[in-house]
Write a protein that binds this ligand. Structure first.
Ligand code: ZN
Length: 68
């Protein structure tokens, strides 16, 4: 079963609606919008902390109005 984080990770659309590269968490504008501390954790291996980092970053983007 593929969970939703992995589905976004493997898709070519960012949750903001922009295109993004497959196996990247977010499109470039969303990624650059994140503070440094949240960004570097997104380089972690998918099964080794990435999901938690993704959730924190997603929360941040939602709170700051980047995502609907
Ligand atoms: Zn985006």
């Amino acid at each position: 079963m593929v969970d939703h984080v992995k589905r976004y990770f493997l898709s070519t659309f960012c949750r903001c609606g922009n295109n993004k590269k497959k196996a990247f968490a977010f499109c470039r504008p969303c990624f650059l919008f994140l503070p440094h501390g949240l960004r570097e954790n997104l380089y972690k291996h998918f099964d080794n902390g990435f999901k938690t980092s993704y959730r924190l970053a997603a929360e941040y983007l939602k709170t700051h109005g980047k995502w609907p």
